[in-house]
Design a protein around this ligand. Structure first.
Ligand code: NDP
Ligand code: OXD
Length: 311
């Protein structure tokens, strides 16, 4: 196969790391997008945020590779022609990063480490009781690539794991709940809830007061899906009433989270800057290259977004 050019409009702040990673793929030319560049010759594009005017100037485009796993921005971008496939990012670095983030936060809530940190800061000697991991009920909304990886990692730490998805899964050790009808049974008595759903019209606002009320009293919430999953106005009342004990939020309706947002200052909310997991330049680019080679060889692309279902 002759050399292939990939136009790269990723997250600007890491461009140099991506250029370095591309050096290990001698048949791939990674060309960084910059205003004024003529994109018409490119057949492949790697895209994070929309770049107004870019897609209409790419008549030879064969596929858009999403820089991330979440594709709601691409689906909302009217400039991506309907016939051009959008490929979700599925790669080992992103997957492992999310499994690690979820494990970190689940352990934090399981052991209420934040209470110990608070006590230590205040010079208080305040041990507390905690149940064994095998008695802790953890649920994952979204049992796709990332949700399954997080579930497997938690399972290896002996937590009781349930997952919720559109279609039922047959995964050893994980109780699978499927569809809206099974959501109440999934939520019942859950002590730690992790959201790893894609943002779609069906999942927007799913983390709301009605859902919190179905969890065990004093449950913890971890949202690493999208900010649009959470009804922000419902969170602080749920924390103040004790329905929720604490929350870890990585994603927000407005990013960066504005400096005066009440989530920053709330003692039971732990904010991270949409950094739960990132696409790894080495393995991420390797995956894009693997797919381009297969596609050029006449094989179908994998992980193509189903536009009608929204992910
Ligand atoms: P997948 O497409 O692999 O998985 C999505 C899962 O959600 C599937 O199990 C799917 O069910 C389920 N689902 C979708 N809609 C519904 C619904 N209406 N009801 C029930 N279940 C539903 O996505 P990934 O695991 O790769 O990524 C998930 C999300 O994580 C991304 O969309 C993105 O928003 C977020 N993300 C956040 C990052 C961060 O740093 N905070 C980093 C990367 C991703 P089924 O299996 O039946 O199709
Ligand atoms: C992603 C993300 O979608 O980083 O991959 O949020």
């Amino acid at each position: 196969m002759s050399r292939v050019q990939l136009l790269f409009a990723g997250a600007d702040e890491y461009n140099d790391i991506w250029v370095k990673a591309a050096a290990s793929l001698p048949d791939l030319d990674l060309v960084l997008y910059r205003p004024g560049l003529d994109p018409s010759r490119f057949r492949y594009l790697m895209l994070w945020r929309p770049v107004p005017g870019l897609l209409p100037a790419m008549p030879n485009l064969k596929a858009v590779f999403s820089f991330g796993a979440g594709v709601e921005r691409h689906l909302a971008n009217p400039e991506i022609p309907a016939h051009v496939p959008i490929v979700r990012m599925v790669e080992p670095g992103l997957t492992q990063g999310m499994a690690d983030y979820v494990l970190w936060q689940v352990l934090r809530h399981h052991r209420r480490f934040w209470e110990l940190e608070e006590a230590a800061r205040e010079g208080r000697w305040a041990p507390h009781w905690y149940p064994a991991a095998w008695d802790r009920k953890v649920g994952i909304l979204g049992l796709g690539n990332l949700g399954q990886a997080a579930a497997r990692q938690l399972l290896s730490f002996d937590f009781q794991i349930r997952g919720w998805s559109q279609s039922r899964k047959d995964l050893p050790g994980i109780a699978s709940f499927a569809g809206t009808a099974e959501l109440p049974a999934f939520l019942k008595d859950l002590e730690i809830l992790v959201c790893l759903l894609p943002l779609t019209p069906q999942t927007a606002g799913i983390l709301n007061a009605g859902l919190f009320a179905q969890l065990a009293p004093g449950a913890a919430l971890i949202n690493a899906g999208r900010g649009g999953h959470l009804v922000e106005a419902d969170l602080i009342p749920a924390l103040n009433s004790g329905q929720l004990a604490a929350a870890s939020l990585d994603v927000f309706a407005t990013e960066p989270l504005p400096g005066d947002h009440p989530f920053w200052a709330h003692p039971r909310i732990f904010v991270t800057p949409h950094n739960a997991s990132d696409t790894d330049p080495g393995t991420g680019l390797g995956e894009v290259w693997r797919q381009i080679v297969a596609f050029e060889g006449g094989r179908p692309l994998e992980n193509v977004v189903e536009r009608a279902r929204g992910y």
